[in-house]
Design a protein around this ligand. Sequence first.
Ligand SMILES: NC(=O)c1ccc[n+]([C@@H]2O[C@H](COP(=O)([O-])OP(=O)(O)OC[C@H]3O[C@@H](n4cnc5c(N)ncnc54)[C@H](OP(=O)(O)O)[C@@H]3O)[C@@H](O)[C@H]2O)c1
Length: 312
Amino acid sequence: MTVTVLFAAPPPRWDQYRAPLTEALAEAGVDARLVTEAPDPSAVDYMVFAPSGPVSDFTPFTRLKLVQNLWAGVETIVDNPTLTQPLARMVDDGLTEGMVEWVTGHVLRHHLGMDLHILNQDGVWRNDIVPPLARDRQVGILGLGALGTACARALAALNFRVTGWSRRPRDIPGIACRSGEDGLAEVLAASGILVLLLPLTPATENTLDARRLALLPGGAVIVNPGRGPLIDDEALLAALDTGAVGHATLDVFREEPLPPAHPFWAHPRVTVTPHIASETRPRSAARVVAENIRRGEAGAPFLHLVDRTLGY
Ligand SMILES: NC(=O)c1ccc[n+]([C@@H]2O[C@H](COP(=O)([O-])OP(=O)(O)OC[C@H]3O[C@@H](n4cnc5c(N)ncnc54)[C@H](OP(=O)(O)O)[C@@H]3O)[C@@H](O)[C@H]2O)c1
């Protein structure tokens, strides 16, 4: 039977996804009609969704078996009251690989103190500062999901001492895994460099507030490719002003694009990147979409389902 798949993402994405999705669905053996408009919503079987696209009311899609989000974060759709169908987030090898590269790059920048030389090409021969080896640097990762675990493993492979924190206890070889409030305090107290890869949910908002920022070692570096509201901005700015936090590399913000007048742009201890840490890659993501549709048609459980009560 032919299934109807609605691609409900902003139009420019269609140019990127049409060919990979068509190919992946064929490879998965799914007989699909891929459309960008649905004059009859009740005839749509699956939806590939991204925010700011054509769909915000899911009520008319009465036959829908799955909404497959194109992005890893689902905070803009998870509490949509019209969505009653299963929702899957994106777990894409390409997205994960990109995040590992971005996180590793920024952690190494701070670990090696690269700015000292990159920003000071002034004729002064500064050869007296030797960074410690990675084996002597503790990196904390908040969030040990698809992205956090991959980043933790990559950093551990470079010999960093990695501790991670998640909601449920985890067991990842080579990573000291912690959970719970005490576990968080332990991770923060140990982290010279702290990476945030939590999803944004009611439970994770302001994870780094003034009290928890104060648990970090003096001069610690924060790298946030997770979501802006994981951090209390005012508390972070206060900690940066005193040097209690040595630097923050921020990819995500409460308001995006980050307004030009926002103090983060001008702060000497902040690096702003414009939500580019990693992106879903059409070719590998299309295979994930196709596999989930294949599963739906075969009566197999969907992959990467979101727990609506937890929000991720
Ligand atoms: N900047 C970018 O370009 C970019 C790109 C992609 C994704 N992201 C962000 O990265 C986030 C993580 O993605 P992912 O695919 O790794 O998500 P994921 O697989 O769902 O993992 C989430 C992790 O966070 C933990 N967690 C959730 N709620 C928690 C809580 N209340 N307390 C402690 N730990 C909690 C989870 O714990 P359990 O293991 O116990 O479930 C899990 O380890 C996304 O939600 C998105 O916001 C950013």
